[in-house]
Design a protein around this ligand. Structure first.
Ligand code: M6R
Length: 634
């Protein structure tokens, strides 16, 4: 949450900071600001609202400074207004700070600083940092020393960017449990929370690790641990193709990303599944650069962390799997549990990562803990994985970002091949996470001898057929649009499903509420009668996910119970399902598919339905209110 950027070099800083911030808007978009040092004076431009408001300020003021830091905010302390927008200054207005994270002891620090005469201008936890650095600087007359002293006082997880009017040739960056990257250009340097933001200028990057401080100049960067010891780290090379972020002719990124799903699946499958007769391999034959893996450390720094490196003995010794994730990734994990249990006969527990806090995680040396996170930066998920590591569990990450924090803290990593997902609502990454679970299930089952070669071959062939089926759903987009808009005036929508499609119902409800702001809830279809059925009447649409297979009849009975309460009946069902045609007012049809793989298809009509309703209602589809794509606070 919140994005930090910085620039130091010969160019005008403000436009560079703005274009870096554009890449980080996914981390928060309720206000933005920059602090620049121009003609020896520190000045701040900041505005509540989207980045365009800051852009306007910059255009009006035309700053020519060549050094500065910037910030895009997702509010934690204090409402999103101009005063609470970052950067924040000390009392002398010579030190500016931008901040991602939470300072847990800010109230006691603030009280102390007020007693010492500091005047506060915002409700943020960030402002204490500017005052603390300033106080220490008065004593030390040295920014680095002042920062070392300041971090000793701060509790919590945070990343910071700092500039001082007295040292206009330097930017300081501080990392405590977050991600920060310094981009090294030709006589210029960049700072960003996500290396993607500096990739447009350079592919040479130094990442800050935990509890590190960077002193950045145009010549490069010096790193120090919090205890003051200098740390040497060679820069790494990023993917040589900068990420292209454009809508490709679609009205919204979300719609583009929904349409990218067949390609994404093909890419993820191509990476780990060489042929249906060959075992699934998580040592990729393609690296993030699209090249074959090499041993060149600098060139292939990202691919080093790739792959599952558990020995056959270790895989056979796993007696329990624990999965931790949040939001959409949690829904993918619920499907993952059923896949792995069915294929491998290993018990799998799935927890919402934030719910693992304050209790004992039931993991040990024979457990595999899997953290699933599109961004690889979700604080709750990372904390849960760290806890599992401490308890001796094997760990594995499933992420779309091989350059993320998650990739750094686990030796085993499955990378989904989605490209950047810009829209805050997850769509293509959900499908890729599901695909990773199917591949992982087959991989574990093959290694443990839980399935025959024939079964494995059939599963892989079925998986390879999914992208074509997805294309068939997307070809019916217009039909789905017309059907969905009939329900755009609903105030409450209920989603139900059973078995593998219970998580689909949860995901369908999440998509609809986050995009359209219509209240929606997902339930296990059999649970409807245990309470939720009380909300049903003729104004409430009920979306039932129903595919032929082990739970078809029972799901149909649950749908009938809703129909008997006059609910508006919608189904996501397979084409040719005559029973569904009779039971439901609207059928969003998908091609016929084996129940086992159906979650890969059933979610798509729901994504489209949510998109079309939200767009029709005029909502901010790609950046829904109050949300951020990367949730880096607990
Ligand atoms: O980056 P992560 O996958 O860890 O994010 C977890 C959730 O914040 C995320 O899935 C969120 O629920 C989606 N953006 C909703 O569409």
């Amino acid at each position: 949450m919140c994005g930090i950027v910085g620039y130091l070099g010969p160019a005008k800083a403000a436009p560079v900071l703005l274009s870096e911030l554009r890449c980080l808007e996914y981390r928060g978009y309720d206000s933005a600001g920059v602090a620049i040092i121009q003609d020896g004076e520190l000045s701040v431009l900041k505005a509540a609202g989207k980045l365009n408001n800051l852009e306007k300020l910059i255009t009006d003021n035309k700053p020519t400074a060549t050094v500065g830091i910037g910030h895009t905010r997702w509010a934690t302390h204090g409402v999103p207004n101009d005063q609470n927008a970052h950067p924040h200054l000390d009392s002398s207005k010579t030190i500016a700070v931008v901040h991602n994270g939470i300072i847990e002891n800010y109230e006691e620090l603030k009280e102390e600083l007020i007693k010492e005469g500091c005047a506060f201008e915002s409700d943020t936890d960030t402002e204490v940092i500017a005052h603390l650095i300033s106080k220490e600087y008065e004593k030390e007359k040295d920014m680095l020393k002042a920062i070392f002293k300041t971090v000793e006082r701060l509790r919590g997880a945070y990343a910071l960017g700092v500039v001082s009017q007295k040292h206009p040739d330097k930017i300081y960056a501080i990392n405590q449990h977050y991600s920060l990257s310094v981009g090294l250009g030709n006589n210029e340097s960049f700072l960003a929370s996500d290396s993607m933001a500096v990739r447009q200028y350079t592919n040479k990057v130094v990442r800050l690790e935990q509890s590190e401080i960077a002193e950045i100049t145009v010549e490069g960067v010096r790193l120090f641990a919090f205890d003051g010891k200098e740390v040497k780290r060679r820069p790494m090379s990023l993917d040589s193709n900068p990420y292209v972020i454009d809508k490709g002719g679609y009205k919204h990124f979300l719609l583009k990303e929904i349409h990218e799903q067949p390609l994404v699946l093909r890419q993820t499958l191509a990476k780990y599944l060489i042929h249906p007769t060959k075992p699934v391999s998580f040592i990729p034959h393609i690296t993030p650069n699209g090249n074959a893996p090499t041993n060149n450390e600098e060139e292939n720094a990202l691919s080093k962390s790739y792959g599952v490196h558990l020995s056959d003995m270790e895989v056979k010794g796993i007696d329990r799997i624990q999965v931790v994730a949040c939001g959409t990734a949690y829904h993918a994990s619920l499907v993952g549990k059923l896949i792995i249990e069915q294929l491998c006969n290993i018990p799998v527990a799935v927890d919402i990562a934030s719910e693992t806090r304050g209790r004992r995680l039931m993991v040990n040396e024979s457990t595999l803990t899997i953290a699933v996170s599109q961004s690889g930066e979700t604080a709750d998920t990372l904390s849960a994985l760290e806890e599992a590591k401490k308890l001796g569990s094997f760990t594995l990450g499933i992420t779309n970002r091989p350059d993320s924090h998650l990739a750094q803290i686990t030796p085993n990593l499955i990378v989904t091949e989605c490209g950047i997902e810009v829209s805050v609502a997850a769509t293509k990454t959900y499908l890729a996470q599901l695909t990773s679970f199917y591949l992982l299930g087959i991989y574990l089952a093959e290694k443990r001898g839980a399935i025959s070669a024939e079964q494995a071959k059939k599963l892989k062939s079925d998986l390879n057929a999914i992208p074509t089926l997805l294309e068939q759903i997307l070809a019916r987009e217009n039909e789905i649009r017309m059907a969905s808009l009939k329900y755009a005036d609903a105030h409450d929508v209920v989603f139900i499903g059973r078995g593998l499609n219970y998580p689909t119902a949860l995901e369908g409800a999440l998509k609809l509420k986050e995009l359209s702001y219509i209240h929606a809830s997902g339930y296990a279809a059999g649970e409807l009668k245990h309470g939720p059925i009380a909300v049903l009447d003729s104004k409430v649409p009920v979306v039932t996910v129903i595919v032929p297979g082990s739970v078809y009849e029972k799901t149909l009975s649950n749908a009938q119970e809703a129909r008997a309460r006059n609910a508006q009946m919608i189904a996501v069902a397979c084409e040719g399902d005559e029973q569904a045609a009779k039971t439901f007012d609207t059928v969003l049809s998908i091609p016929q598919v084996d129940e086992f793989f159906s979650p890969l298809l059933t979610v798509v009509p729901m994504q489209l339905m949510s998109y079309f309703i939200a767009d029709y209602l005029g909502k901010d589809v790609d950046q829904p209110r109050n949300l951020a794509k990367s949730v880096t606070v607990e």
